[in-house]
Ligand binder design. Structure first.
Ligand code: TYD
Length: 204
């Protein structure tokens, strides 16, 4: 089984991913955690480029899109396909195809049909069985970022950018309600975790 997590920066993905992984392992199932952009050798180099605003400055929106796509291509080839071939393992990936649609499509204004086309190429058609979209108001997520982290190039964007991404994510979820489950990430952490586990359990 292949699960992806999506949401705006600061929506609490990392916390929920770690809680779900622990619960899956408590139930005796091996679980591999992957992250985008990153994880592979090439992906980690791309991640550094994409995040280092000081060094890279403004990237053209096409360059940004293709760097995310290149990182995903490596992830699919080197990690996702081999793990899926081992039948008794689960994969959780922190961001996947829907991040590109939400950020580069709805956020930066890139044509979503073209993004879908690029996503199809780099994923070789491999889609998650289940996607959790952690939905919260950008006020809340931006507040979390300001409190807990140093900001990177995406996290210095304004509220409008995050509002566009949030509504983009909700549009994407409407198109694929079977795969994408919208979770209210403003609820307390244990409540969010238990909703996510209940849905996962029913699909295992
Ligand atoms: P990261 O630190 O992983 O953010 P988070 O912990 O919130 O997932 O940084 C990844 C950033 O890259 C994040 O701001 C979302 C953005 N992103 C895109 O714009 N497009 C993409 O296709 C992906 C995978 C990420």
């Amino acid at each position: 089984m292949f699960i992806s997590f999506e949401g705006v920066d600061g929506s609490g993905k990392s916390t929920q991913i770690n809680l779900l992984k622990a619960e899956i392992e408590r139930n005796g199932i091996e679980c591999v955690l992957l992250e985008e952009p990153g994880t592979t050798l090439v992906g980690l180099e791309i991640r550094k480029l994409l995040k280092d605003y000081e060094k890279v400055g403004d990237l053209s929106s096409v360059t940004e899109l293709l760097l995310f796509a290149a990182s995903r291509s490596e992830l699919v080839d080197k990690e996702i396909k081999p793990v899926l071939a081992e039948q008794d393992k689960m994969i959780i990936v922190d961001r996947y195809i829907d991040s590109t649609l939400a950020y580069q499509g709805y956020g930066r204004g890139f044509d979503t049909d073209k993004i879908n086309y690029i996503n199809d190429i780099v994923t070789q058609g491999i889609k998650p069985d289940l996607t959790f979209l952690l939905d919260c108001h950008p006020f809340q997520s931006i507040g979390r970022i300001n409190k807990f982290r140093n900001k990177d190039r995406f996290e210095t964007e304004g509220l409008d950018f995050y509002q566009a991404i949030r509504s983009g994510y909700l549009e994407i979820a409407k198109l694929e309600p079977k795969r994408i489950k919208v979770i209210n990430a403003e609820l307390p952490i244990p409540d969010v975790a238990s909703i996510i586990w209940d849905i996962t359990k029913s699909c295992i």
